[in-house]
Design a protein around this ligand. Structure first.
Ligand code: NDP
Ligand code: N5H
Length: 259
C-alpha cells in the first residue's frame, strides 16, 4: 500500500544507527515522500545520522542536536525547527535510557538517581517535547505524535525493571497528552514493539532467549523488524488513523495476547 505524505514534515528523534527503530520509521516516512528532521543526543552520532540521511530520497532533511535531559536543548532545537521550517506535522519519539546495572536482577536494587534518570529521559522527555510543540505553535494544522514502548510497561518482564516503570509512566503520559493536545487536533499514540536487536538491546538481558520464546508463543510465530514498526508509525502519522488517539498499538506478532 502506498501512502503519500509529500507535503508533510516529521521530526524523528533517536536514530543511533541503521538498526534503530527510529531509522525504520524514517525509511517508512521517506518511502511516503515526507520531509524529515532528525535529532540526536550525542555529538558522535551526528556523522552516522548524516550518512544514513544521505541515503534517503529526499535531501531536504535537517539534523539537529537535542539531548532531552536539557530543557535548553529542547527549546533551542524546536525553536530552530520553527525558524527553519515553520510548521511540522508529527514527531516520532524513539528515546529511552536506564543504567545498565538497573536492567538486571532484582527491581528493588533500583536507586533514586537511577529511577529519576530513567523517568527523565524515557518518559518526561515526551511531555517536554509536547510542551515545546504547544508553546511554539508548531502544529497549527493538527498533527500526530508517536512514541515507542514495550510490553514490560504493562506487565512484569524479567530484567526490564526500572524501564518497565518508566514505560508505564510514558504510556500514561500518552493518554494525558492525548486529552490535552486533542483540543489542537494533535493526536498522541504509542507503539508497543516486540523485541528488536538494536544498540539499546545489546548486552541487556538474555535477548536470544526472549526472541526464541516470542517465535514459539506469538500467534504469528516470528519476530518483528524496524520497518514493520515504521509502517505502523506511518499509519499513525497519516489521515487513515485520524480518529485514533491515546492508544497503544502492539506491533509484536500478537505476543501480548498470550496468557
Ligand atoms: P537505539 O539504541 O537504536 O535508540 C535509542 C536512542 O535513544 C538512541 O538514538 C539514543 O541516542 C537515544 N537517547 C538516549 N538518551 C538520550 C537523550 N538524553 N536525549 C536524546 N536521545 C537519547 O534503540 P531502539 O531503537 O531499540 O530504541 C528506540 C525506542 O524503542 C526506545 O524507546 C525503546 O525503549 C523502544 N523499544 C525498543 C524495543 C527493542 O526491542 N529494541 C522494544 C520496544 C520498545 P544517543 O545514542 O545519541 O544517546
Ligand atoms: C526485557 C528486556 C531485556 C532487558 C532490558 C532491556 C532494556 C532496554 C531499554 C534501555 C533503553 C536500554 C539502555 O538504556 C541501555 C544503556 O544502559 C546502555 N546502552 C547505551 O548507552 C547505548 C550505547 C545507547 C545507544 O542506548 C541508549 N538507550 O541510549 C527488553 C528487551 C527484550 C526489549 C527492549 C530492548 C526494549 C526497550 O525498551 O528497548
Amino acid at each position: 500500500m502506498h501512502l503519500s505524505l509529500e507535503d508533510k514534515t516529521f521530526v524523528v528523534m533517536g536514530v543511533a544507527n541503521k538498526r534503530s527503530i527510529a531509522w525504520g520509521i524514517a525509511q517508512a516516512l521517506d518511502a511516503a515522500g515526507a520531509r524529515i528532521i532528525f535529532t540526536y543526543a550525542l555529538e558522535r552520532n551526528e556523522k552516522s545520522v548524516l550518512e544514513l540521511a544521505e541515503t534517503l530520497n529526499r535531501k531536504d532533511y535537517l539534523i539537529l542536536q537535542c539531548d532531552v535531559e536539557s530543557d535548553e536543548q529542547i527549546q533551542t532545537c524546536f525553536q530552530t525547527i520553527k525558524n527553519e521550517v515553520g510548521t511540522i506535522d508529527g514527531i516520532a519519539h524513539c528515546i529511552a535510557f536506564a543504567r545498565k546495572e538497573e536492567l538486571r536482577g532484582d527491581y528493588t536494587n533500583v536507586t533514586r538517581e537511577g529511577f529519576l534518570l530513567a523517568h527523565n529521559i524515557s518518559s518526561y522527555s515526551l511531555s517536554a517535547v509536547a510542551k515545546a510543540v504547544k508553546d511554539l505553535e508548531l502544529m497549527p494544522n493538527g498533527g500526530s505524535i508517536v512514541t515507542l514502548t514495550y510490553l514490560g510497561g504493562e506487565r512484569v518482564m524479567e530484567n526490564y525493571n526500572i524501564m518497565g516503570v518508566a514505560k508505564a509512566s510514558l504510556e500514561a503520559s500518552v493518554r494525558y497528552l492525548a486529552y490535552d493536545l486533542g483540543k489542537l487536533n494533535i493526536r498522541v499514540n504509542s507503539i508497543s514493539a516486540g523485541p528488536i536487536r538494536t544498540l539499546s538491546a545489546k548486552g541487556v538481558g538474555d535477548f536470544n532467549s526472549i526472541l526464541k520464546v516470542m517465535e514459539e508463543r506469538a500467534p504469528l510465530h516470528r519476530g518483528v523488524d524496524t520497518r514493520e514498526v515504521g509502517d505502523t508509525a506511518l499509519f499513525l502519522f497519516s489521515d487513515l488513523s485520524r480518529a485514533i488517539t491515546g492508544e497503544n498499538i502492539h506491533v509484536d506478532a500478537g505476543y501480548h495476547i498470550m496468557g
